[in-house]
Design a protein around this ligand. Structure first.
Ligand code: SF4
Length: 253
């Protein structure tokens, strides 16, 4: 059990949730180390060159590939000092556990949430951002209020068998706590979602949210229109990217 008293963390910050159903809610982000995918294609982490049909690269690789392993005690102490962690969570600020792929450290996260409750009387509203390739345990699911999943398409450069796990997707689809967010760069992306996810009955349309692929205000304004048109035509929910609208290309906010 002692091994479980640690979390590998890449970064943490206090901001607003910038996308999805809880967009605009004040949240503390805890980015955990490591991911089972490498969006952009394996090797992109070495030279930045896109591979295997990828059209975009994960924008947090540099962050999640490095990290520090904290004991729970040290982590809370550090977060309290820098972010007023426990006070903020107790006032309703959400805790967004992201990555990388946080489910790689699932057991440790559950132990950390138990620790927050027993040692600090803190039971925050939890959001988890996951690529939906790992099945969460019942103990974790019980703690989570929002599963913000982001299944990957061909444009990630990842092989299909690594990014689409039918059993995992249908599990997530059964809970109303789940949204499936897809980043859209072209009409072909929507056609692929229909073919690989909807026609295969892996996920329902009512739980999908489409978000424009963009890394600046200029590209966002252009892509917003395309995604809005797809959503109106197909009765699908849309969300934009609040952080880019407010801060453009500034990172760490
Ligand atoms: S799954 Fe997410 S964190 Fe992992 S490489 Fe892809 S975009 Fe990055």
């Amino acid at each position: 059990m002692k091994r479980l008293n640690k979390l590998a963390v890449s970064e943490y910050f206090y901001s607003l949730q910038g996308e999805g159903r809880t967009m605009g809610i004040p949240a503390i982000f805890l980015r955990l180390t490591g991911c089972n995918l490498m969006c952009g294609g394996y090797g992109v982490e070495k030279d930045g060159r896109l591979r295997d049909g990828a059209t975009w690269v994960c924008d947090t690789i540099e962050v999640w590939m490095k990290g520090t392993t904290f004991s729970f005690e040290d982590l809370v102490q550090t977060l309290n000092k820098e972010l007023d962690f426990i006070n903020r969570l107790n006032q309703g600020v959400h805790l967004v556990i992201t990555g990388g792929e946080p489910l790689l450290q699932e057991k440790r996260i559950v132990a950390f949430l138990d620790y927050l409750e027993t040692q600090h009387h803190c039971c925050p509203t939890i959001e988890v951002e996951t690529n939906a390739t790992f099945l969460p345990s019942a103990a974790f699911d019980q703690r989570v209020s929002y599963w913000n999943t982001s299944p990957k398409l061909q444009n990630s450069g990842m092989p299909r068998h690594q990014r689409i796990k039918a059993g995992v997707l249908t599990w997530f689809a059964k809970t109303p706590k789940t949204m499936f967010k897809f980043v859209i760069g072209s009409i072909q992306d929507w056609e692929e979602i229909q073919e690989d996810f909807l026609n295969e009955q892996l996920i329902p349309k009512s739980q999908i949210v489409l978000m424009p692929s963009a890394d600046s205000i200029d590209s966002l304004l252009k892509m917003n229109r395309l995604v809005a048109d797809i959503c109106i035509e197909n009765q699908v929910r849309m969300c934009t990217r609040m952080h880019i609208e407010i801060w453009d290309q500034l990172t760490g906010v």
